[in-house]
Design a protein around this ligand. Structure first.
Ligand code: ADP
Length: 388
């Protein structure tokens, strides 16, 4: 019995209400029994003084009620008082019991709902939510519980999607390699340099994909600490230009990098910022046909430094634009897959820029209209008015 009560919050609450009630009844009854005779005497004496009640020949003095007709009067009064008190105590107790039961249940009901919901969630039913009634602490707990469940559902969804995406990404090169190997074994494909080159290319794609995935998981988990320093953007752009000069020349795409004069340093992790810029300029080169141009500019806009990578390439249509930062998303799957793109680069880039306290956005007027990627980062402390 005691164990059952200990294990039930509702029973504990109910018993605590009951105890309060019992103590209140005990005090009420004892206090009235103790104070009743004195109060009776005082009131009777008061009435006698006003002449409203005949002074008993037996006297009324202290303890006077015990003499003459007074004892009967007092007894009669006490009995009727006790009777009224008993009725009131019974009615009040019943009402209090009802109210206690109601309140214990109303406290326990949402907790029980949360308990059941958490059990369902543990069984994998992530769509489970609890109903919110009112605004008290229990309702707040319910709101937080639902928020937590929503997060869990999203994480689970992302996990499933990731497994699906990764298997899909791995399947294409693996199927190609398998098909070529079978062709070689059956003698359908010639065992020459071209065939081996194709197999090598697919294997390369697989390695790149795995590397990209590793990078994405590290970035998403924040595994590599971000070290913010004051980075000189003019030097950064010069490094970029040097790095890409040969590749741009080979494809016949023009590259121009310029930072506005007197540009203050940006607050960033130099290596990570360079990594993002290499990705953006690399994409711009990849999606710009020859004769096109890629322009990288840096300028101060308010408290931020904006680095823009604008190309005159294939552009991005409005239906693809909102999704290009989503992992594995490719606006033109066949084209970017052919070039080895895994659709992870921009996801990593955005994570990295946000981890440095900045933003990365994309704009394009549509297909064939070129694209612009803008990195916004705060100016280094003390170099830009109002910067951190
Ligand atoms: P990928 O490795 O496939 O290039 P990203 O994450 O870097 O992956 O880019 C995602 C998609 O965004 C690309 O597949 C491409 O469709 C589109 N994209 C990125 N940069 C550009 C650009 N400069 N011009 C046109 N499309 C682009």
């Amino acid at each position: 019995m005691i164990r059952a009560i200990r294990n039930k919050l509702g029973a504990k609450l109910f018993i605590s209400y009951l105890l309060v009630l019992l103590i209140a009844v005990f005090i009420l009854v004892s206090a009235t029994q103790v104070s009743l005779p004195g109060a009776f005497d005082r009131h009777l004496a008061g009435m006698a003084d006003k002449g409203g009640f005949p002074q008993s020949p037996h006297g009324m003095g202290p303890g006077g009620r015990a003499q003459g007709m007074m004892p009967d009067l007092y007894r009669g009064f006490r009995d009727s008082f006790n009777e009224a008190l008993a009725v009131s105590v019974v009615v009040a107790t019943m009402a209090a019991l009802g109210v206690s039961l109601f309140f214990s249940r109303s406290v326990v009901a949402p907790l029980r709902a949360m308990m059941q919901a958490s059990q369902r969630i543990a069984e994998g039913h992530y769509a489970e939510r609890v109903r919110i009634d009112g605004h008290d602490e229990l309702a707040q707990l319910g709101v937080h519980f639902n928020q937590m469940t929503e997060r869990l559902e999203q994480t689970e969804q992302m996990r499933r999607q990731l497994i699906g995406d990764v298997s899909h990404e791995l399947r294409t090169p693996l199927t190609t390699i398998k098909g070529m190997m079978e062709g070689l074994v059956d003698g359908v494909l010639p065992g020459n340099a071209d065939t081996y080159e194709l197999i090598h290319k697919e294997a390369d794609r697989l390695i790149r994909l795995v590397e990209d995935l590793q990078e994405l998981s590290r970035v998403e988990a924040g595994a590599d600490p971000i070290r913010l320093t004051a980075v000189d953007v003019t030097t950064l752009l010069a490094t970029l230009e040097k790095r890409f000069r040969a590749q741009f020349a080979a494809k016949g795409v023009g590259l121009s990098c310029r930072a506005s004069s007197g540009l203050p340093p940006v607050s960033a992790d130099e290596d990570r910022l360079l990594q993002v810029m290499v990705n953006l300029v690399g994409n711009a080169l990849q999606y710009t046909p020859n004769q096109g141009t890629v322009t990288v500019t840096a300028s101060l806009v308010g408290r931020n430094i904006e680095i823009k990578v604008a190309d005159t390439g294939i552009g991005i249509s409005p239906e693809h634009l909102p999704h290009i930062f989503t992992r594995f998303y490719r606006a033109d799957p066949s084209r970017s897959r052919q070039s080895g793109g895994s659709g992870i680069g921009l996801t990593v880039a955005r994570h990295l820029i946000e981890a440095q306290g900045g933003r990365l956005v994309a704009a394009s007027d549509g297909e064939g209209q070129g694209s612009t990627f803008i990195v916004m980062l705060p100016g280094a402390a003390g170099t830009v008015a109002g910067a951190r």
